[in-house]
Design a binder for this molecule. Structure first.
Ligand code: 3PG
Length: 211
């Protein structure tokens, strides 16, 4: 496995990567546009709903200015499906050899998930240096990630899972954090209501955070 397609710069695109669950494909485009309006030009559409792949297709076609990724890539087939739909990067919550191989075969940048020092080291052996730390809060939070910075100084993380306005700045202050991920910019009730201005406002607050 090579690491030539590892996105060391994916962590530098934005202080926050919005992790979104799209139930209604009609929400995809206005949601992506609302994020861009708020200054967040990246989106991770999770493959947790039947609307996810069609949503990726719509965003790829209609909002090309947003860096579009697919998240919750948990089986090899997801990687190919997401790439075909138009995703430009892939995020996994955890990492297996088969999953990483399928993800790499797409040629897309991959942000692989790790929750422990051993998992992070296994990914480093494969050449990855930018990792998703998931589930961040449940796995040990800011204290855990700070502890990894000493022994693993060459690895950088995007903590996700339980990250929100109350703790994002704390994560972003760590030397081994490039950005954070989270679903707080796109609450289910706000999407259901089609309140795109609320998404833009949440995005503006997130964009003001500094990594
Ligand atoms: C993810 O897939 O990264 C998480 O489900 C996002 O976690 P959050 O909903 O706690 O932000």
């Amino acid at each position: 496995m090579s690491a030539t397609n590892v996105p060391t710069d994916l962590l530098d695109v934005s202080p926050v990567i919005p992790v979104v669950v799209i139930d209604d494909v009609e929400h995809a485009v206005p949601l992506a546009r609302a994020l861009v309006r708020g200054g967040i030009a990246v989106i991770e559409v999770t493959l947790r709903t039947t609307a996810a792949l069609p949503a990726i297709e719509r965003i790829a076609a209609e909002v090309p200015e947003i860096l579009l990724g697919a998240g919750t890539v948990t089986v090899p087939a997801h990687a190919t499906q997401a790439a075909s739909a138009g995703a430009r990067f892939l995020v996994t919550p955890g990492s297996t050899r088969n999953l990483l191989q399928a993800a790499e075969e797409t040629g897309l940048p991959v942000l692989p998930g790790a929750a422990t020092a051993s998992e992070a080291l296994a990914l480093a052996e494969l050449g990855y240096s930018s990792l998703k730390f998931f589930p961040a809060e449940a796995a040990g939070g800011i204290g855990y990630l700070r502890s990894l910075a000493g022994p693993l100084p060459n690895l950088r993380f995007c903590p996700t899972g339980g990250v929100g306005p109350a703790n994002a700045e704390g994560y972003l202050a760590l030397p081994n954090v490039g950005c954070v991920g989270g679903s707080w910019l796109t609450p289910a009730a706000v999407l259901a209501a089609g309140d795109w201005d609320a998404v833009t406002a949440l995005a503006e607050d997130a964009a003001a955070l500094t990594a």
